[in-house]
Design a protein around this ligand. Structure first.
Ligand SMILES: [Zn+2]
Length: 69
């Protein structure tokens, strides 16, 4: 019987999957003083002017990925 080993492997695969999903949700963006979605001025170090822009940006990225080549 290899139930325990199977479960451990499944657990590891799930962890990797979750980590990758998290990495995809947080794209590496440079904070350049402008909102990455609407191009408004934002506080230093901020990527978006508000959560709406962040959500819309992520939705857009999702859509692009889904439409991707
Ligand atoms: Zn914005």
């Amino acid at each position: 019987m290899s139930d325990v080993a199977d479960r451990a492997e499944w657990r590891i695969a799930k962890d990797i999957e979750a980590a990758m999903a998290h990495a995809r949700r947080t794209p590496k963006l440079e904070a350049d003083g402008h909102c990455h979605y609407c191009d408004d001025d934002v506080a230093h170090g901020a990527l978006f002017c508000n959560t709406d822009c962040r959500d819309d940006y992520q939705k857009e990225q999702e859509a692009l990925r889904r439409a991707g080549r």
